[in-house]
Design a protein around this ligand. Sequence first.
Ligand code: MTE
Ligand code: HPA
Ligand code: MOS
Length: 801
Amino acid sequence: MSAVGTSHPHESAVGHVTGQAHYIDDMPRMAGELIVDFVGSSFAHAEILSVDVSAAAKIPGVCVFTYKDIGGVNLFGPIIQDEVFLAETHVHFIGEPIVVVAAATHERIAQAKQAVKIELRELPAILSIDAAIEKKKFLTTPIKMEQGDVDAALEKSSHRLDGTFIIGGQEQFYLESQAAFAVPGEGNDLTVYSSTQNTTEVQKVVAEVLGLKHSEVVCICKRMGGGFGGKETQAVMPALMAAIVAQKTKRPARCQFSKDLDMMVTGKRHPYKAIYDVGFSSDGRVTALKIDYFSDGGCTADLSTSILSRTLFHTDNCYDIPNLRATGTICKTNLPSNTAFRGFGGPQGVAAIENILENVATKLGLDAYEVRRRNLYQGETGVTHYGQSVKNNVLPELFAQLYESSDYAERRKAVVKKNAAALAPNPLPASPMSPLRPDGHLPPHAGGGWEGGQHGKLKGLAMTGVKFGISFTTKFLNQGNALVNVYTDGTVQVSTGGTEMGQGLYTKIQQIVADELGVRFEDVKVMPTSSEKSNNTAPTAASAGTDLNGNAAAVACRKIRGRLTEYVARLWGVAPEVVEFREGHVFVSPLPTSPRMRGEGGQTMPFAELTQRAWRERISMGERGFYATPGLDFDYATGKGSPFYYFTNGACVAEVTIDRFTGALTIDRLDILMDIGKSINPGIDRGQLIGGLVQGIGWVTAEELKYSEKGALLSHSPTTYKIPSIQDIPDDLRLEFFDNKLHNFNIRSSKAVAEPPLMLGLAVFCAVKNALSYLSPREAADLKLPATNEEILMCMEKITH
Ligand code: MTE
Ligand code: HPA
Ligand code: MOS
């Protein structure tokens, strides 16, 4: 029995549903513990004239800190160091921290915040991509990726279409808000428990800002209540706040953002504006694409450059576009710095090209499936615009399989028929209640019904795909390390640099280690991620958690197993090659049918007995494993190379209904086909696929960030920001795994799953556009993303008036 490949429940599943799983705020209170909060800017952009904390500091039991109390360098940032912990002379977004306050009770904290006096002089703020473009406020110089002669190809193409596509941002909406708990030790020592995807980043930034050595700070993360990219870099703020209090007061200090505060002051998925010009042939083949992206980076760089490059890397998506030039510019605005969110810029690139292909199909009067199929990378000959060859390409087979299994052709016919009926002039005679105008014409919304009384509804159907590059596009981040300890009772502890945020990494690591050592799944325990055990780690991100850390754990296990194998071979006088580890036993192959049964002359021993003996023989049963992804090579100077180890592929067919009177959108059915290699845990991967898809659907249909004229987020709570809920998932959802026979590398021949399915949500967006195309044949609707009910309604108004 192999642990890998079976659907072991998530290791915290019971804890999650019973509430027994610990998050930062569940950790038991410590004696003398302080609550940490802060006072931030009330303006989106301002000069700080004065900060007076004297009254607050006089309140008994209250301590107050400003930038002047910072012992190290008040400057950090994951790529470009342009962020401060506490503002010094200027503030750049509403809520930017200026003063940290700490006290033992919430009452005292509230009093202290009231007593802090800050004088600001408001400055003009830039609050949109357009305003930043107008004022030429950019965070970095533009980036570019190019292949072929785009201008010449555009000139020559028989059809052209240009346009602007607006893509909205998205709040990560993890359930556990940003949080950290800092506990001082002897001397300068500081342990920071953090809800972070990146223990190393928290360790480093806390040390450097507070003036400590990296070796004096330990960062531990047992689990997060979700991260979704939002805790890749931005977990450092609460960590710094708790840490400065712990450092100065020598008392444990905890900082837990409220949901509303978290939504107001932390970064989100970048909104984009994409301006494109596409050339194509009469049969829908794209011959040239020129596209310029402008992203809203917020007030500092954070990960924006890396995110924008992933947008450029994903502008081709599944499609072979011979002439392509993509440029990207990051706008600097007076909003919290935007950051990683599942897909990391990829979704905006995929949205842009899928929207363009949908428009091309409408323009030509072709089925968009045909247009996509004709543009797919074929066989093994495809090379992306950044020069990576598309190896082990299964896209044509995958698309064809889903086309068949979803019954696309028949359903298309049904959609055409229903929409024709809906749009046919109303055959009923005019009644006093009839919507006929005095001139005898039908108002634009009127129409006949479908059978079953579906008056005024339109159907849409679309298939979109995804080809997502797996690996950090920053080469040096593609490394993982792990520590494995085997104990004398035969049980095992493993810790890696990978963090658990609900995605199931710990469960998969547990399965991999169980198989590598041939022990029972239950006898492996995954320990909290700690910078003390795993140093210099990459964030758990880019969907590469299992690839990097699972491989590292396997490397450590193989070293231990190697030593135990040698010992057993000596003990039994057999060749090492015939020693096997399985189901908590070691024995000599050929394998007996059950390890509890002795084979013909074969010796066997429980693993727990072996570990006892090995210990007495002074054989080391602890190991460190290291893994670096092979074969990565990309040159940012030329924009060419192979940044990805492989691609995760998938496709989705969405069928939707839109209401012509209200714009209301219903998703009728979703069919998904995903290529994730051989799944390590099909149950967990199913969860990731559906979760990612639904999160993507939320982004493209419902989630809207609304700001006041002054740059304050208005949709800052679950009551005003609409994420999809269980009712928004269609009853008819069909998910299949694609059997990829070409993929035979990576840990247990698996593929990363986490981010790619999010982009399949775009099938719903394209299905809405498809529905709208029945109202205005040959005229692509100018639908913004997200296609909220209001946006759909307004779009229909534009078409029919
Ligand atoms: N799933 C859950 N339940 N919670 C999360 O926060 N984050 C996503 C994805 N799935 C997330 C999740 C993101 S953005 C990434 S990059 C991956 O999980 C990270 O984990 P992995 O690399 O181990 O798949
Ligand atoms: N993906 C996710 N997170 C990252 C990346 C990436 O490519 N690069 C740096 N952080
Ligand atoms: Mo995920 S956006 O790479 O944390």
